[in-house]
Design a protein around this ligand. Structure first.
Ligand code: ADP
Length: 376
């Protein structure tokens, strides 16, 4: 629930109390954003008193009477512009003349309300203003998120570049002598950092393609069991290095209508994490099951687990849990964000349960048939 502050500037006490009564605590829904907005109303009797409030506190929408005892509503509007006070203005006027409307619009008024108005008319006008404001807030938030993504990305790419540049400089100075064999460790570390960087760039490309809708989806009848088998094979070498066992519990065939590449991404992300964030000699259990018109993919591990606090933010972009245990594990923090977007594109659901020190379980539910889609 978000709150928008409304200020009514009007010298008629009856008008002010009517607005307060109609709007204080009134809520409107923004269903497309799963958000609700409530209003909190304050009052001012004169133009100057209103301007003082606007200077001192955050006001989102001002209901401004055209004719005030000290200065005209138009003058208030002009001062708002001069002083760079960002607020959406609804002009209240008894003289609904074209001339007034033109000059108020020129001075930046967003809407008009002709006196006398009913509570329903007031609510409709506020709904229009609140929707506009809310969209502006959303756009601002999006721009801020984009800025953050770019700054995290720059930071994440800078650190491997610095590390590799450091190793190359040491090699150039021949710090360990002239034999190439003596630089094996530095070369190995450089390759690991470069590999991490490459993975991050690939993840980022996947994510932007999914977000822009440019990732071409080809729906086929796919055997989920086969996909799971292939993904298990893919992570087995890494698991074996740390004596982690992976078991697959699934019917011999489980057909679903989906894009094979997307299913592979789901399995790879789940299994790679279940291995990466596991203890040595740990276990990973992958379960596939059919449930009515859906399939369930459950990936359980006996790994380091994730605290309740971190669980809330894990599906965001570039989110990585920073603890002593994860310090040396390479990753982009994009895998779960990608997973979530793919699952959403399939009208599915992803949930998780985890206990630090015990392990983590991810549960993905996908429809067996895509809504409105015929297999290719
Ligand atoms: P990363 O590339 O860092 O692995 P992900 O988006 O796949 O990025 O995961 C985000 C973070 O969530 C990881 O950095 C890790 O801290 C945590 N995480 C993901 N899966 C698991 C898991 N199975 N067990 C413990 N922590 C996990």
């Amino acid at each position: 629930m978000k709150t928008m502050n409304i200020l009514i500037i009007d010298d008629e006490p009856g008008m002010r109390s009517g607005v307060v009564k109609t709007l204080n605590g009134h809520t409107i829904a923004m269903p497309q954003f799963h958000e609700e907005i409530r209003f909190s109303v304050t009052e001012a009797e004169t133009g100057n008193a209103g301007l003082d409030q606007l200077r001192e506190t955050r006001v989102d929408i001002v209901l401004l009477d055209y004719k005030l005892p000290d200065i005209l509503g138009l003058e208030v509007l002009n001062r708002l512009t001069d002083e760079n006070i960002d607020v959406l203005t609804i002009m209240i006027t008894a003289y609904a003349s074209l001339e007034v409307a033109v000059s108020a619009t020129k001075s930046g008024a967003f809407d008009f309300l002709a006196k006398p108005f009913t509570p329903a008319e007031l609510k409709a006008s506020i709904q229009k203003a609140a929707t506009r404001l809310f969209l502006q807030w959303q756009a601002k938030q999006l721009a801020e998120e984009k800025r953050q993504v770019i700054s995290v990305l720059a930071h994440e790419l800078k650190s491997p570049i610095n590390a590799v540049a450091g190793y190359l400089a040491l090699m150039q100075d021949r710090v360990s002598g002239d034999r190439l064999d003596d630089y094996g460790d530095m070369i190995g570390r450089s390759l690991i950092r470069l590999d991490g960087m490459k993975k991050m760039i690939m993840d980022l490309l996947d994510l932007t393609r999914i977000e822009s809708g440019n990732l071409k989806r080809t729906l086929d009848n796919v055997d989920l069991r086969q996909c799971a088998d292939d993904a298990v094979m893919g992570v087995t070498p890494d698991a074996q290095k740390r004596q982690i066992t992976i078991s697959l519990d699934a019917p011999p065939h489980l057909m679903i209508e989906a894009d094979t590449a997307e299913l592979s991404m789901i399995f790879n992300n789940l299994l790679t994490n279940a291995v990466k964030y596991n203890q040595d000699k740990g276990r990973v259990r992958l379960l596939l099951a059919e449930k009515d018109a859906h399939v369930q993919i459950i990936c359980e591990d006996t790994g380091i687990g994730i605290s309740k606090e971190d669980q809330k933010r894990l599906f965001g972009e570039f989110v990585r849990v920073k603890t002593n245990e994860t310090r040396l594990i390479e990753g982009s923090g994009l895998g779960l964000a990608i997973l979530k977007k793919i699952v959403a594109a399939n009208d599915g659901e992803i949930t998780m349960e985890s206990e630090p020190g015990k392990g983590t379980t991810f549960m993905v539910t996908l429809p067996k048939k895509q809504a409105g889609g015929e297999p290719a």
